[in-house]
Design a protein around this ligand. Structure first.
Ligand code: HBI
Ligand code: FE
Length: 288
């Protein structure tokens, strides 16, 4: 997570760049539309209502890759957030600084038509389709600000890995309990048709109730479906647990401890379902 890499010459001090919306090709806009349509076949009844409402409110299906300026004007009116373009991953301090100031940094490039399902670096589809709809929800939007502020503080505690796990298991791969059953709010899941089905319906992964400290000790997979998903009861729970926790003593207690494997289940866990782990044991996405 020590991402020390060089800032491209065309980027500003805060690593933002122009989106360059008028430079996208017809083929690039088509990639957005294809991915959008694929996801809309699986997300109704699986994605959280707040995600689907956000998607509708921002109308992210006007044809092609959204224009960040237009989208940000609409988003800002709802929760004060804007989307800014960046060339790709940015250093942690830069990332947190943007979040703390209600700016979501989104890659401006889009994956190639021959790699629709798996990408290394977050592209505009993951960043915008995956993350931005939830930023229309006022409580979730405040959680993201609290996370950014917490991130800036964590840099002084050498506890970034713990805080990154929080982001990973909530913002990227979180599930929420609703009266209709489990729903997805994590951006890494909702931007993947296969993981949208896997996270809710496959018997392989564990599904465990959210517990801040427990989750901050848990390692995660960055290259395949998760082996455990953590389930929140509400966005208030997420927001409150972040704002009400004094992270300094927690970091002192954890001492950078990152001792739980992705598949571990503890006696004190609130287990919604014990995964078979068959998917991971069979080699995951690299299975023959
Ligand atoms: N940069 N563009 C971008 N997107 C991210 O999600 C991101 C990043 N830089 C750092 C970072 N994430 C991590 O620090 C957090 O996920 C913890
Ligand atoms: Fe993401």
């Amino acid at each position: 997570m020590n991402n020390h890499f060089a800032k491209p010459a065309h980027a500003r001090d805060d690593w933002t760049i122009d989106q360059g919306w008028s430079s996208y090709t017809a083929e690039e806009h088509q990639v957005w539309d294809t991915l959008y349509e694929r996801l809309m076949k699986v997300l109704p009844g699986r994605a959280a209502p707040e995600f689907l409402n956000g998607l509708k409110a921002l109308d992210l299906h006007r044809g092609g890759i959204p224009n960040f300026e237009t989208m940000s004007d609409e988003l800002e009116a709802l929760t004060g957030w804007r989307v800014v373009a960046v060339p790709g991953l940015v250093p942690d301090d830069v990332f947190f600084e943007h979040l703390a100031n209600r700016r979501f940094p989104a890659g401006n490039f889009i994956r190639k038509p021959d790699q629709l399902d798996y990408i290394q670096e977050p592209d505009v589809f993951h960043d915008v389709f995956g993350h931005v709809p939830m930023l229309t929800d006022p409580v979730f939007a405040d959680y993201m600000v609290a996370y950014g502020k917490g991130g800036l503080r964590s840099l002084r505690h050498a506890s970034l890995k713990n805080l990154a796990a929080l982001y990973w298991y909530t913002v990227e791969f979180g599930l929420i309990r609703t009266d209709q059953g489990l729903r997805i709010y994590g951006a890494g899941i909702v931007s993947s048709p296969a993981e949208s089905v896997f996270s809710l319906e496959d018997p392989s992964p564990n599904r465990i109730g959210f517990d801040l400290e427990r989750l901050m000790r848990t390692d995660y997979r960055i290259d395949d479906f998760q082996q455990t998903y953590f389930v929140i009861d509400s966005y208030e729970q997420l927001f409150r647990s972040t704002v009400d926790t004094d992270f300094a003593p927690l970091y002192a207690k954890l001492q950078g401890k990152f001792d739980l494997r992705p598949e571990d289940i503890l006696p004190e866990d609130e287990v919604l379902n014990v995964g078979t782990q068959a998917y991971a044991q069979n080699g995951g996405r690299f299975a023959a």
